[in-house]
Design a binder for this molecule. Structure first.
Ligand SMILES: Nc1nc2c(ncn2[C@@H]2O[C@H](COP(=O)(O)OP(=O)(O)OP(=O)(O)O)[C@@H](O)[C@H]2O)c(=O)[nH]1
Length: 222
């Protein structure tokens, strides 16, 4: 994962929201396939996977125009890399992908969820666990119940999908996550606005008590 020079803030300017999502998982779990399927509706069989890739996309979610940035994090074979702190700061949410045909990718998914939650602690971070390659059910090594249990344990979303076979399963999963992030970003903005108004009110009150003037006629509605 190469993530040293990342912009570090979630933005909401005017009606435009930017949400940033990092896609993590074992090598060959299908991170690129899932990401590209969501963003382009297409399944592309093979990707150059030695570099982190940031995809940008603009879409409408619940009447909000949203800029989505998705970082497809590369993962060298046979290595469990630490998650860079810059990536944890950059991302508003994480998608953790495993393959239902590869138990080790499921174990790695558990490690990754645990790590991102620790890195973001004590803040809540939306995490979505994606079990990919359901079209290969005959080679299944991880049962659907195991994915459900893991998601319950860590309080994250869970979807089984096939990037190869089914756009709609990928679309439903990602759209749900996007909606959650947009709502979170909007609530954060609303709360900081409320805090600003209430601190302005406190300053006015302090000035009023110092100078005895009736500077504050009524509490601003927030
Ligand atoms: N049958 C099947 N194959 C898939 C699916 N998704 C991805 N693949 C295949 O799995 C292999 C790995 O997919 P990638 O999307 O490159 O996986 P990745 O996690 O990005 O891999 P790295 O970048 O190497 O870590 C490719 O051969 C894909 O064609 C799927 O849903 N079903």
């Amino acid at each position: 994962m190469k993530s040293e020079k990342l912009p570090m803030t979630t933005e909401m300017t005017g009606g435009q929201t930017t949400v940033r999502v990092a896609v993590l998982g074992s090598p060959r779990a299908g991170k690129s396939a899932v990401t590209v399927r969501f963003l382009t509706k297409r399944f592309i069989g093979e990707y150059n996977s030695s570099e982190d890739m940031v995809y940008r996309h603009n879409t409408k979610i619940d009447e909000n125009q949203v800029d989505i940035e998705v970082m497809d994090c590369s993962c060298p074979e046979n290595q469990s890399l630490p998650i860079p702190e810059t990536l944890a700061v950059w991302a508003d949410a994480f998608v953790v992908v495993y393959s239902i045909c590869d138990r080790s990718s499921f174990q790695e998914a558990k490690r990754l969820i645990c790590t991102v939650q620790k890195l973001k602690s004590p803040s809540y971070v939306p995490v979505m666990l994606i079990a990919n390659k359901t079209d290969l059910d005959h080679r299944r090594e991880v049962e659907v119940e195991e994915g459900q249990e893991l998601s319950l344990e860590y309080g994250c979303r869970f979807h089984e999908v096939s990037a190869a076979d089914c756009y709609i399963s990928v679309h439903i999963a990602f759209t749900g996550l996007m909606k959650e992030i947009v709502t979170m970003v909007q609530n954060q903005k609303l709360n900081s606005l409320k805090r600003r108004k209430s601190s302005l009110y406190s300053v006015s009150k302090a000035i009023q008590s110092m100078f005895g003037k009736n500077l504050v006629k009524r509490k601003p509605s927030i």
